[in-house]
Design a binder for this molecule. Structure first.
Ligand code: ATP
Ligand code: MG
Length: 472
């Protein structure tokens, strides 16, 4: 039993509350019982005083004091006034005194010192507790003090028995409830132990394993389902990461081994200057390709780690596109491709990163040029309306078959692995493009007809620029 465990704490709290409740209940019911018995005794005593008064009123006109005393003693045996009962007159003379009080143990007050309403008090008669009621009655113009009493011993004994019963039953009840509560909470929380053990056994090597879901339709079921969903997400991320690492090593191996063999040949064989130059050109091209690939990989790795480091400032999209176009000119010229643009002269402002938007535009323009045969056309259109900026790159190139279209944004995906390699693509451009678009809360789509060309459409929300003061 660990004190840090929920079930022990739960039981302890439950017991504390129960003990408090039972304590209040026990003390309360003890006092309530005492008060109600006192009340019953007092009513009984008041009744007796009334009976004695009626008796005296009936008898006094016709009898002497001696006769009345005799009558009273006879009637007290039958119940009138009980066996603890005394009456005195205005001078303190005894009219009647039951035998139990005869030794004068209980002094009586004169009628002038007593009110008409009974006064109650607890006194001790021969060592035993007794409750007395004292009241004044006036008979035939003469005041008398009547005192009646009821022994409390039995009542106190009953109260003591009741108290004892509480002292025994409350702790027993608490022990029972504590045990029951502990067992119930242990049963209820057992699935938590199962989840803990199962979760402990899951590591990066068996991320495909899932926790057993208790079919209890409660928080625990939801907890294990949530944990399972989390495991699924982690599993997918880890799979993606290992896929990326595998693809990246594979991609890097080719240029590095090419650089190596070219250099080895150059070192081991006698070469002319022209041949050396050719080798160096090839090494340079492969090195460039490798460093491009490493750049892209680094960018994606940072993006995965959630630290892409993009700016969130107001930036003009047309400037970014112009810069990308300038990079595209030489590529297009090399393939005699007509690269045209329809750019708005007004700035089109979004909240984001100008450099990333340039990169995005260049990825699309570069692809359009790369996958368009010589003599083709590439057109870039920019339009800002309805709170959205639309960037459209259309080419008259080879196009993408419909079944490939869902994959082109995947990392390292290329429609034609062999040909793409020869023109230098690793298959990362569009995945970087999609990441940049996501970072700008936009969307990217492709429409393409194989053999006819493709159109890539990017939509990014325009920045909300606060109106200058004084304008509506
Ligand atoms: N404009 C396009 N026309 C036809 N196919 C395209 C076009 N743009 C992309 N693709 C196809 O989508 C694939 C993925 O494009 P992506 O830009 O991601 O990679 P890549 O161009 O092959 O290499 P990288 O951009 O990393 O140098 C390309 O290999 C190509 O098959
Ligand atoms: Mg590309």
């Amino acid at each position: 039993m660990r004190f840090g465990s929920i079930r022990v704490r739960l039981t302890a709290w439950y017991l504390m509350m129960l003990a408090l409740g039972l304590g209040v209940f026990g003390v309360g019911s003890w006092f309530a019982m005492r008060a109600s018995v006192f009340h019953a005794i007092e009513e009984e005593l008041a009744d007796r005083i009334r009976d004695v008064k009626t008796f005296l009123q009936d008898q006094t006109p016709f009898r002497s004091k001696i006769d009345i005393r005799d009558e009273l003693s006879e009637h007290s045996v039958l119940g009138l006034g009980g066996d603890l009962f005394q009456i005195c007159d205005e001078q303190g003379g005894w009219l009647y005194r039951s035998s139990a009080l005869e030794s004068g143990l209980v002094p009586i007050r004169l009628p002038s010192q007593v009110g008409d309403q009974p006064v109650y008090e607890n006194l001790t008669v021969r060592g035993a507790p007794v409750r007395f009621a004292t009241a004044r009655v006036v008979i035939e113009g003469h005041p008398y003090t009547i005192q009646v009493a009821e022994p409390l011993e039995e009542f106190y004994e009953a109260l003591e028995r009741f108290g004892l019963m509480l002292w025994i039953s409350v702790p027993l009840l608490l022990i029972g409830a504590g045990l029951g509560g502990y067992l119930i909470s242990r049963r209820a929380l057992k699935p938590v132990d199962l989840i803990t053990t199962a979760a402990e056994s899951i590591s990066i090597n068996n991320l495909a394993d899932r926790l057993e879901v208790p079919k209890t339709s409660d928080e625990l079921q939801r907890l294990s389902e949530t944990l399972n969903r989390m495991l699924s997400r982690l599993d997918i991320s880890v799979q993606k990461m290992s896929q990326l690492t595998a693809d990246a090593s594979h991609e890097l191996r080719a240029p590095v081994s090419l650089i190596r063999t070219t250099a080895e040949l150059a070192v081991h064989e006698a070469r002319t200057n022209t041949e050396y130059h050719g080798d160096m050109m090839q090494i340079l091209a492969e090195a460039e390709r490798t460093s491009r690939l490493i750049d892209s990989l680094l960018l994606l790795a940072r993006a995965d780690a959630g630290e892409g480091g993009l700016q969130h400032e107001l930036t003009d999209v047309s400037t970014s596109i112009r810069e990308a176009m300038e990079q595209g000119w030489s590529l297009a010229a090399g393939k005699r491709i007509e690269l045209t643009a329809n750019l708005n002269s007004n700035p089109i402002v979004v909240r984001g990163d100008g450099e990333a938007l340039r990169r995005l535009s260049f990825i699309l323009i570069e692809n359009a040029i790369k996958y368009t045969p010589e003599g083709g056309r590439v057109h870039v259109r920019l339009e800002g309306s309805h709170a959205v900026v639309t960037i459209e790159v259309t080419d008259s190139g080879i196009g993408i078959v419909e079944s490939d279209q869902p994959h082109i944004f995947d990392r390292f995906w290329r429609a034609d692995k062999v040909r793409s390699r020869s023109i230098g693509g690793a298959g990362l451009g569009l995945s970087i493009a999609r990441w940049i678009v996501d970072q700008h809360h936009g969307s990217i789509e492709v429409q393409s007809q194989p053999g006819q060309g493709s159109t890539f459409t990017v939509k990014i929300p325009l920045a909300e620029i606060p109106a200058p003061l004084g304008q509506p």
